[in-house]
Design a protein around this ligand. Sequence first.
Ligand SMILES: *[C@@H]1O[C@H](CO)[C@@H](O)[C@H](O)[C@H]1NC(C)=O
Ligand SMILES: *[C@@H]1O[C@H](CO)[C@@H](O)[C@H](O)[C@H]1NC(C)=O
Length: 990
Amino acid sequence: MVLVETMFFLLFQHLVLTSGNAVIGHHHHRHHSLLTDKAALLEFKKAIVYDPQSTLANWNEATRVCNFTGVSCNKKRHRVSELLLQDYELVGRLSPIISNLTGLRNLSLVGNHFYGTIPSEIALLRRLHHLLLDRNSFHGSISDSLALPSQLTIVSLLQNNLTGDIPPTFFSNCTMLKVLDLSNNFLSGKIPIEIGNCPNLWSLNLYNNQFTGELPLFLTNNSLANLDVEYNHLSGELPIKFVQKLPNIVYLHLSNNNMISHDGNTNLNPFFTALTNCTSLEELELAGMGLGGVLPSSIGSLGINFSNLLLQENQIFGSIPPNIGNLSKLVVLNLTSNLLNGTISANISQLSNLEQLFLSHNLFASAIPLALGQMTHLGLLDLSHNTFSGDIPSSIGNLVRLNYLFLNNNLLSGSIPPTLGHCTELYKLDLSYNRLTGGIPRELSGLSEIRIFINLSHNQLEGPIPIELSKLEDVQEIDLSSNNLSGSIFPQISSCIALTLINFSHNSLEGKLPDSIGELKNLESFDVSGNHLSGRIPLSLNKSRTLTYLNLSFNNFEGRIPSGGIFESVSYSSFLGNQHLCGPVAVKPACPQKNHLFRSRIFLIIFTLVIFISTSLSIICCVIAFRHIKALISAQRTETARKPAQPELVHNFPRVTYRDLSDATSGFDDQRLLGMSSYGRVYRGVLPDGTTIAVKVLHLQSGNSTKSFTRECQVLRRIRHRNLIRIITACSLPDFKAIVLPYMANGSLDSRLYPHSQTGLSSGSSDLSLIQRLNICSDIAEGMAYLHHHSPVRVIHCDLKPSNVLLNDDMTALVSDFGIARLLIAGGANSALENMGNSTANLLCGSIGYIAPEYGFGSNASTKGDVYSFGILVLEMVTRKRPTDDMFVGGLSLHKWVKNHYHGRVEKVVDSSLMRASRDQPPEVKKMWDVAIGELIELGILCTQESSSTRPTMLDAADDLDRLKRYLCGDTTATFASSLGISSSTLEDD
Ligand SMILES: *[C@@H]1O[C@H](CO)[C@@H](O)[C@H](O)[C@H]1NC(C)=O
Ligand SMILES: *[C@@H]1O[C@H](CO)[C@@H](O)[C@H](O)[C@H]1NC(C)=O
């Protein structure tokens, strides 16, 4: 649907441009004049009861009508030809007086709050070309007397509350109509056959309504290229005759209706055979209908540009026909949740452009075909939940672009091929629930990009856990449970700093649990139950602030259960079956107590002995230690003396030369440019080992760049957090400075929030869901809170905005670009700026729209300034309006606009796609979503208050968002923003 929408906009632009060139006012009626048009517009204004932005303020007797906001006249300025009032928050009815504007060619009231019925008088606008009433609150049914005027080419009533049937008269005069979009309404009844009166119809969108009956054989034309009727209640057999009449169809989307295949839902062949005549077909969506039948071999004869085939959630059986390999342009093949079986022909490897292959939840029982290894464009391979048997072919290692590999829940045997380590771009690897044997190959350490999880659980793997796994620095979950793994857990596990879940349960691991486990700062769940681990429980576990699940049961742990931290909240069930463990946890026996007198005597003897021994020992130690420390200090001195000019940041990083970076980016080719900022350009690069990187090259001509470069490196070098971008390495020459960062496939938050901005289209929508937006806000808050409060050096970001937030593959947000961050000495109460001297005063702190007001008055950079930028970002996430939007002029700001309108009129400020998604939820979910949206707005407003001292800290904000996330997960005890102790309704009025 997104694609179709884009096409619609492109077409719309095209039509607007061409219509602009057409001769206007050709049949100008003398008895009409601008004066009568003005009278009609003033009458139109009277029906608008609320105009929050005073858009229509200049609609008065004193202004010439051609100068009214939103009004344009034709070239000769005889008549009003356009009325474009988009996204102005206007509330009211659409007055029938509109029909007096008989010269009107374009009418757009998109994104307002017009209610009532659509006046049938629109039928009188004989010159109307474009009628766009999207995203309003029109309700009721379309009147019988509303026949589309004959010149209309685009009609869009998308996303209103229209009900009832479409009257046949609507199409009595639609010979010019090209685009009709009635999606996201509540229209019902049959789709009228009279649509056939529109011979030039090119795109018909009726998705998400309540239409019933069969798709009528309406089209006597052959121009239709896009048909989307998904999410209705259409029934009947798959429409063969229909497609026979549509040789030029490109997008055919019929998913989620009640259609069946031929011969009583058993035969797909007639429909696919009919489709082979549609040589332009690119997308076919027939998902979620329970369609029965064998996948016919005619599938191989679909159009030469055929790219997307979505057939998931049906009852298709048999095998995949080998000639599917003919679809050389196929990009997505989704056959999830069907009844397919048999072998997969090697011909499938001819799908050389395939990027996503979903075959999960079927009945495939063969071996995994070796030929899959030839599909080198594959980014996702899901063969899970079948009964595939045999080995995992080592050729899978050829799929170097693979991000997701799911082979879980099959009957695969043999060992894990070491070549899997070549899939360096893997983010998720799931081989669980198979019959894999042998050891875990150490080559898996090659999966250095792995971010989300490795799941090898429920197999028969044996041998030790390879220490090389400690190289997986970004992996968040490792599940090796229910295997036969032996050996011990190595202390280097703490290098996997991003780990949130470790499950090593039900193996044969032995030895002690390393103390370093407590260093895993993100660990939430730790399960080593059902092993042979012994020794004491590491005290360090009580330091973890994130740990909420701990299971040490059925091991041989001994000694006292530590106290504090996680140990205060876990119950006895975390320690079951450890004979020699004692401690304060309920039910567990208290530590043994010996006879008092006896104990005190023994104690005295031991005490004396200990004192004696330790005194003598410590004297010896002191002498040794003193010598040692002295040696160390002098060594360090000579070290620093030897290379004073060497930039310290080069330590700890892989070395990289100018040549390496130039090769990696094809000589800093513009084709590889990812973005630009005032400090430099960012290129996409590939290192010889296949690692994809982002290379930020600093502009050396700008005065501060060398300093900001050094500063960025200093900051990044010290900082590690899952929501902050990590530096890989740096290259510093006198006339060239660059840093190397991980490449983020999902781009910046800016590009996700405003996906159409590069095409100059302000409309469009973002596919980010409410939960995703909330998670992103929360991630940013966590990262910023770390910078402000927990990092080794306190850092003020100074330029937080959506384009400086990157999204990794699982949509985790990472704050980037510390180029102008200032380092504050940790703990320095008077915030002395070290390393910077006075140079910071010369730096512009931040980007327009995100700069805290106090900076304008010369205030120093502060954490509260970052909080302001963060608040703007949160408001943007909810409203999908940039703070620099054209509407924010004359003292109106994003903060004021939201604050003025959100009470009672939340839908006016909230991004319409969020409102739409919310509307589709069951009532109890919708209620929670509304609360969440309200709380985000509240938080955004709090953070963007004029006075910096009343803004919350990033820690407060992070806590608040965390509670909000818990609330959405059903934790009813969670309370939030209002809980910051202030409510925006009691705030200062700015
Ligand atoms: C609208 O047009 C009708 C018929 O031409 C005319 O009688 C009426 O006065 C017009 N109304 C306004 C407000 O111009
Ligand atoms: C209307 O706008 C034009 C240019 O856009 C300007 O020159 C003219 O002065 C304006 N007239 C009035 C009455 O505002």
